[in-house]
Ligand binder design. Structure first.
Ligand SMILES: Nc1ncnc2c1ncn2[C@@H]1O[C@H](COP(=O)(O)OP(=O)(O)OP(=O)(O)O)[C@@H](O)[C@H]1O
Ligand SMILES: [Mg+2]
Length: 343
């Protein structure tokens, strides 16, 4: 749709762990997907704000009812509070673009939001209602499709977006992807964290660890395949700082997503028209924070070798690939696309 002075187009990647926005006025922002409300009057006195969003919320978590409202890429089930938290994240992102929400003559906001490839209808409905009052028109698209669009990888490409909550797959065949072209798996960053926590606790029961420490270690030393260096971390044991070697645990936890990811990739590839299969195999694009695991693209290429070989690359800008793509869709969609796709 054409952009006018009073329309702000935005692409939003609403992620389980991080959410980003790219706007037509050139603004780009990313925040941690956390929202917190002060728990009591002491907390309210200290914080002096009714609500905290992003890193600020995470850092003050002891004083807050802290929510990470997305799970496996969707708004958590059941709680109204989580829906409110998602709305706060969206509002915060849009406000960061410089748009004044309270100004009655504010620009119209046209938003494209990325959701997991297989988001259920019901969850889409909840997301849509969370967007009410935040944007004037909303289009929900699958996350990997937004990435594909932003990279102009629209023909003979397979996008695999591995985030925190989900791994999302989408084969691009020169048209809007159908359900058969897409898959969603729960094997992603969060499942690696859980696995690593479990293994470290099993092998070193005396060490005091938390999921936040585990995630930090993973983001620093994640790898699959042969270790290039030992992974040594410092943890308190009965209060005393102690060095642990968690190389084997790190490898096992990171490799836990390989089998399901490769299996789904191979399954999608064998469904492509036979004459195009080699082209798609040679154009596998990895996006999302978990694609930063050292050795991942090599492991994917090893799996592609089974089908005759292929090429996998990691996107240059995993943080904004989804939101930049969303923005490109928002700017390119004609009125009729907008109506057709935003149903
Ligand atoms: N260097 C790294 N190695 C491994 N994992 C990493 C690295 N850096 C970030 N991650 C992980 O990437 C994930 C965040 O990626 P991303 O921002 O793409 O997810 P998301 O969009 O929030 O999640 P989703 O798309 O599933 O809703 C987290 O699990 C984080 O721990
Ligand atoms: Mg994501």
């Amino acid at each position: 749709m054409e952009e006018t002075n009073d329309t702000l187009c935005v692409g939003i990647d609403l992620g389980t762990s991080r959410s980003s926005i790219s706007a037509s006025n050139g603004e780009r922002h990313v925040i941690d997907s956390y929202v917190g409300w002060p728990v009591d009057m002491v907390a309210r006195k200290l914080i002096q704000k009714p609500i905290l969003v992003g890193r600020e919320a995470l850092d003050s978590r002891s004083m807050l009812d802290l929510r990470r409202p997305m799970e496996r890429g969707l708004i958590k089930d059941g709680s109204k509070k989580d829906e409110e938290a998602v709305q706060e994240i969206l509002r915060h992102l849009i406000t960061q673009t410089g748009l004044k929400q309270k100004n009655k003559t504010r620009s119209k906001v046209r938003a494209v939001v990325g959701v997991p490839a297989e988001a259920f209808r019901n969850s889409k409905q909840r997301l849509r209602s969370a967007m009410e009052g935040v944007a004037d028109s909303v289009m929900l698209v699958s996350e990997p499709f937004a990435v594909a669009y932003g990279l102009e990888a629209l023909l003979h490409a397979l996008i695999i977006d591995i985030g925190a909550g989900t791994a999302d797959f989408c084969v691009m065949q020169g048209r809007y992807p159908t359900e058969e072209d897409q898959r969603t798996l729960p094997n992603a960053g969060d499942s690696i964290d859980e696995q690593l926590l479990k293994l470290v606790r099993e092998h070193h029961p005396e060490a005091q660890t938390s999921i936040h420490m585990i995630r930090e270690w993973k983001e620093k030393w994640s790898f699959v395949g042969e270790a290039k260096q030992p992974v040594l971390v410092s943890v308190p044991v009965k209060g005393k700082a102690t060095d642990l070697d968690i190389t084997a645990e790190m490898r096992a936890a990171c490799e836990s997503i390989l089998a399901p990811v490769c299996e789904t990739m191979l399954d999608l590839l064998t469904r492509v028209e036979p004459e195009y299969q080699a082209k798609v195999r040679n154009n596998v694009i990895l996006a999302g924070g978990t694609s930063l695991i050292v050795g991942l693209s090599q492991a994917i290429e090893n799996a592609l070798a089974e089908l005759g070989g292929g090429h996998a690359t990691v996107v240059k800008d995993p943080v904004f690939a989804g939101s930049d793509g969303g923005l490109a869709i928002a700017q390119d969609a004609s009125s009729s696309d907008w109506e057709k796709l935003s149903l």
